[in-house]
Design a protein around this ligand. Structure first.
Ligand SMILES: [Zn+2]
Length: 64
């Protein structure tokens, strides 16, 4: 019942073929809870780094 022709999904972390979508995070398929969590951690980390960078530069003025 897949009208979009999207056949197989592959784990976003390790590339393993994924059947079903029980481990989906941010719309990405994963082969296991572990790899889903790995990606979630990565996303959280990069987001924290972006926040830290923004705070360090301190360029929050209305210029430009
Ligand atoms: Zn995986």
């Amino acid at each position: 019942m897949n009208v979009f022709g999207i056949g197989k999904k592959y784990c976003y972390t390790c590339g393993t073929e994924v059947s079903g979508n029980q481990y989906t995070r941010f719309g990405k398929p994963f082969c296991s809870e572990e790899h889903a969590q790995q990606y979630t951690d990565q996303m959280n980390k990069s987001r924290q780094e972006q926040l830290a960078t923004a705070q360090q530069t301190g360029q929050s003025g209305g210029c430009c």
